[in-house]
Design a protein around this ligand. Structure first.
Ligand SMILES: [Zn+2]
Length: 407
């Protein structure tokens, strides 16, 4: 199958941080600086780096600030003062093995240490001043943000296809998260199409963190599922073009107008078997022939019969959740069928081990049976009315930006 894709690095924006410290080991910039170093002094970590003698290394396992500075002739008393003076800015007990440090000393005979830089993570560092006023300040590297668009067709799996296209594979992870409630990515099929517009952060020439998806679309079984990132004040979330949340809540119960006749209970006395047996489901009593509804969109993975379950149906909703419906008088779906939330998949009955007509509803989370009535599902709040204008503008902007990012 021919694969089409475009991967384009679009615009690159440098964000300045309020702490106005900047640092870049971008090769072009470094060479530019070296070439003109006579007139333009080298600044690193917001520190005049010229004429300093620099040692550097990595914090060893269990090495403390005191251990490290002891090597440079800084005694415990001075380190204690430094730690105390720095506490409001940075707690030195948080320093960890494997992190990089630089120690800069005056380049003269005395070689007095003046700065210690501790790199907290890929983005942030701490600058300790060691000479006159002992203390610390926080700094952050300059961050490059690269915007890209990718488009393609599934030939294998999202992960494998991204890898083959040279797209970061954690973009597949990010996309699976956007669609966690709508698409089961273990069951995508060749011919499904994907599109994503995202940005990545780069620090010191290295990409850091997960890609952030701004807009994506997945054409699954011929149906488009566009998703737009939007923040209506409570953190960014993904919405469909109408402003609906991509996260879908499950129906509260698989049968309308029913009553719970037996709850999820790990030590239930079984009415037919006359012994204690875990009841890993919730029973909904209803008249024989009452429609049984799928509590969410999904794919039928089982439609079968056993002595205990009677006629039953199992549905996989996404990578996390599966549901099962037992004791049906009639099944109305087959394995492989795609079902929508609220679709009738069978009729209430009392086949298998049952004392009367009911649905035994079973719920799996990550392969483990749980009580669905005790699960905390993420909220699926749509875009609020007063934010719809902003959202509509965002949709237009993201679609346009996504196109531009191919050029
Ligand atoms: Zn049951």
């Amino acid at each position: 199958m021919r694969l089409f894709f475009v991967l384009a690095s679009a615009l690159s924006v440098v964000f300045s941080f309020s702490c106005n410290s900047s640092e870049s080991t971008d090769p072009d910039r470094v060479s530019a600086i070296s070439a003109v170093s006579v007139t333009k002094p080298l600044v690193r970590f917001d520190v005049l780096w010229d004429n300093l003698e620099v040692d550097s290394g990595m914090i060893r396992k269990d090495q403390t600030l005191s251990h490290l500075l002891d090597n440079f002739g800084i005694g415990a008393g001075k380190v204690a003062t430094l730690a105390a003076n720095s506490r409001e800015v940075y707690d030195v007990r948080k320093m960890r093995g494997g992190k990089r440090w630089w120690l800069a000393s005056e380049r003269d005979t005395s070689e007095v240490p003046v700065w210690l830089i501790y790199e907290r993570n890929d983005l942030d560092y701490v600058v300790f001043s060691l000479k006159d006023t002992l203390g610390a300040r926080l700094g952050s590297y300059a961050v490059d943000t690269t915007y890209r668009s990718v488009q393609g067709e599934i030939t294998n799996s999202l992960y494998v296809d991204f890898d083959r296209l040279g797209v970061p594979t954690n973009l597949a992870v990010a996309m699976a998260k956007v669609y966690a409630w709508t698409i089961d990515f273990t069951h995508v099929q060749p011919g499904d199409e994907f599109e994503a517009y995202y940005f990545r952060k780069r620090v010191n020439g290295k990409e850091v963190g997960m890609p952030t998806i701004l807009f994506c679309n997945f054409n699954h079984h011929g149906m488009d599922l566009p998703a737009y990132r939007f923040d209506q004040g409570d953190g960014p979330d993904y919405f469909d073009p109408q402003g609906g949340s991509l996260r879908k809540a499950f129906l509260k119960s698989p049968v309308e107008f029913s009553r719970i006749s037996s709850s999820f209970n790990k030590k239930r006395f079984h009415p037919v078997l006359k012994k204690v047996k875990a009841h890993l489901g919730t029973d909904y009593a209803a008249k024989t022939g009452t429609p049984i509804l799928s509590v969410g969109d999904g794919v039928v993975t089982k439609a079968s019969y056993t002595n205990g379950n009677g006629k039953y149906v199992k549905i996989r909703h996404n990578n996390t959740y599966e549901t099962q419906y037992l004791h049906m008088s009639k099944r109305l779906v087959s394995v492989g069928d795609r079902v929508k939330q609220g679709e009738t998949i069978g009729l209430v009955g009392s086949t298998g081990l049952a004392t009367g007509p009911h649905v035994c509803f079973r719920f799996w989370k990550d392969g483990k049976q749980v009580d669905h009535r005790k699960e905390n599902f993420p909220p699926s709040t749509p875009v609020r009315d007063d934010e719809m204008d902003n959202f509509a503008k965002q949709v237009v902007k993201l679609e346009s930006d996504a196109k531009d990012a191919f050029n």
